[in-house]
Design a protein around this ligand. Sequence first.
Ligand SMILES: O=C(O)CCC(=O)C(=O)O
Ligand SMILES: [Fe+2]
Length: 316
Amino acid sequence: MSNIFTNPHLTSVTPELRDWIITQAKAGVSAPRALQAMLDAGWQEEVAMAALESALLDHLQGGLAHAQTGSTGGNAQAAAVAVAAQPGADGQGQGASPMPDLALDGAPAELDAGDRRVRVIMNLQKPRVVVLDGLLDATECAELVSLAKPHMKRSLTVDSRSASGGDELNADRTSEGMFFERGQHPVVAALEARIAHLLGWPVENGEGLQVLRYGPGAEYKPHYDYFEPGLPSTPTLLRRGGQRLATMLVYLNTPAQGGGTIFPNAALEVCAQQGMAVFFSYDRPDPGTLSLHGGSPVISGEKWVATKWLRERQFQ
Ligand SMILES: O=C(O)CCC(=O)C(=O)O
Ligand SMILES: [Fe+2]
């Protein structure tokens, strides 16, 4: 099990480690807590301290000409506090970083998805949730289900206690699932291209499409899709393209009863209807985005969905 945190010879700050440290600071995680996560993951204290200090100071010097961090050897905790106090890091969503989003200025009834038009059903600002209709047609939904069916396995979630970011069975998630590679079939590629077109976000920044099946009683309890700062598994997960920023969930069938997607902070339930999709985004890995969501239990029938998670950078 080798990763950026367990290599005892690592003496320089990699871009992934730097991003992870800065993400921690922006999410309000204190420098001592970030340091502890690195120590827990097996880093030598001097190396971890140096990485923390240099990443935060570099970041401050690049983005914050007026930051008062003391001497050039100023301590990392002061730097972390200064970063966390910046606009966009305070839960107000003012960050300059681009986000995947839909072109909904002017309240259009339909959006261009490249090879088709999709209808806009609902547009909520906070949490950011948009419901679309017609992202897939019934034939495409059925094709995705039949391509996925032979490969379905009990869904796993990331084991947050493991620095390797391994998967584990989770009682909160009683669905079955599988992942396609990007572009693995024409119908997968078509959906990926539509999502990229609608959101202005490169296909390459998307994780492989995940298909889930829920039988009667199965559910996915409320959770966040972003990788929680400070957990041992997070640095490893962030290496593959940075944070998750948004989710596009497409309903591949219409369950007879139950199986909607709930957003408890908005008291909202999006009903699962074949071909419709719910998009939601989270501009920082923080509950303040109100992006808590879950798949409510299927009462009768079954539920099939496809999930596309969008990363900050190219997912590999
Ligand atoms: O099935 C649903 O409605 C939610 C699925 C979900 O939250 C996920 O795949 O991350
Ligand atoms: Fe989710």
